[in-house]
Design a protein around this ligand. Sequence first.
Ligand code: 4NP
Length: 171
Amino acid sequence: MVDSPESQLRCKVLFVCLGNICRSPAAEGAFTDLIQKRGFSHLFEVDSCGTSRYHIGELADSRTRQTARKKGIELVHKARQFKKSDFENFDYILAMDRSNQKDLIALASGDEERKKVHLFRKFQKGPGKDSDVPDPYYGTMKDFEEVHQIVSDASEGFLEFVLNKNGVKNA
Ligand code: 4NP
């Protein structure tokens, strides 16, 4: 059997923020929903974590879950902290903001690990590209809704990037 580009792709993606209860679970949920709807779930493994220990074992913030639920996305992830072995286990380590990115790069050993760390919104198209995903923790429901919109937009750009890079047709 000749492998198509698609059958060779199994892309492991880790979304990272500080607490793993607001932005990165929202991104994990939005990206998982997107690949399910587009029929690309079999090509990816998706997870999220935080750089801190603050909320280990907790479900996502109730405001994050409520915002996702309104879009038909159920968040069941429990917070965990980033660990060194994540550098080996994931292909893309997507930081929600520059502070997370800096913390991750400080943990990396060598160029190969460092190169896996990207600012998530680098993949977004149009306005907001290369910005931080704003931390909504001390904000209002409106801030959580804005985060949902941002991580959904950036997910579209990231999916397109990975599919193009691997020669998968994006219908
Ligand atoms: P996240 O938001 O990094 O998007 O999960 C935060 C959650 C908790 C805290 C800060 C940011 N905290 O300081 O506890």
